[in-house]
Design a protein around this ligand. Structure first.
Ligand code: CA
Length: 223
């Protein structure tokens, strides 16, 4: 597994390189954003650990430009201690996860392994300023983070995976509540209602539209 480390602080970069190598990762460490972007753009890494404050090009830009290029390598961003806004922005620019500094190596390795397992397959895309952070149970809309319950998260994921297309109630029921669910199927309506309320944008840019008698459709750019 090849991991790219983009970190300008020598101590931290070295420690990351040593720590991850000891865990069996093959590491490459670069110390500025431009080199981070150049390396990342080769698409030959399995994961990228990316700092935010970097010389030449900050981590948000590196991440955003990699995604713009279609590079889907999982990215774990290192955020500052009080950086809640950073975290929302990290996810909004297309990072898959973030870790608050200072962090503990056990947690770092666990998060990296989780990202590697998830790979690029289940990456919940950063579509038009709307993204679902599955692990963090929230949706990020235009940089604003909204907390969701586990059920709402699954529902949002399912709608986002099929954005622009109608998803039937039966499909949602199966995907979110499971094949064996035998309760009232109207639960789908109830939860779509909760999700709508949380997104609070019924007639705005991102909306969940009801297609009568069929199901629901997430529109990402409906005006
Ligand atoms: Ca830094």
């Amino acid at each position: 597994m090849r991991v790219l480390i983009v970190e300008d602080e020598t101590n931290l970069g070295q420690a990351l390189e040593q720590g991850l190598s000891a865990e069996g990762f093959e590491t490459t460490w670069v110390t500025d954003g431009q080199r981070g972007f150049d390396e990342g753009a080769t698409g030959t890494y399995d994961a990228i650990v990316l700092d935010i404050l970097l010389p030449k090009m900050n981590g948000f830009r590196v991440c955003g430009e990699l995604r713009d290029r279609g590079i889907a390598t999982p990215i774990l961003m290192l955020t500052a201690k009080d950086g809640e806004l950073d975290e929302a922005e990290a996810l909004d620019t297309g990072a898959d996860d973030f870790l608050r500094k200072p962090f503990n190596y056990v947690v770092l390795v666990a998060r990296l392994n989780a990202l590697l397992r998830r790979g690029t397959l289940n990456r919940t895309g950063n579509a038009k300023g709307f993204m679902v952070d599955s692990a963090g149970h929230r949706v990020i809309r235009d940089g604003v983070s909204v907390e969701l319950t586990a059920r709402e998260t699954s529902l949002a994921e399912c709608l986002l995976a099929n954005a622009g297309e109608v998803v039937t109630k039966t499909e949602l029921l199966k995907a979110v509540w499971g094949e064996s669910f035998d309760g009232d199927p109207n639960i789908v309506e109830v939860y779509v209602g909760y999700l709508r309320k949380k997104l609070d944008v019924p007639f705005n840019k991102h909306s969940i539209q009801t297609v009568r008698g069929v199901g629901y459709r997430l529109e990402l750019d409906a005006e």
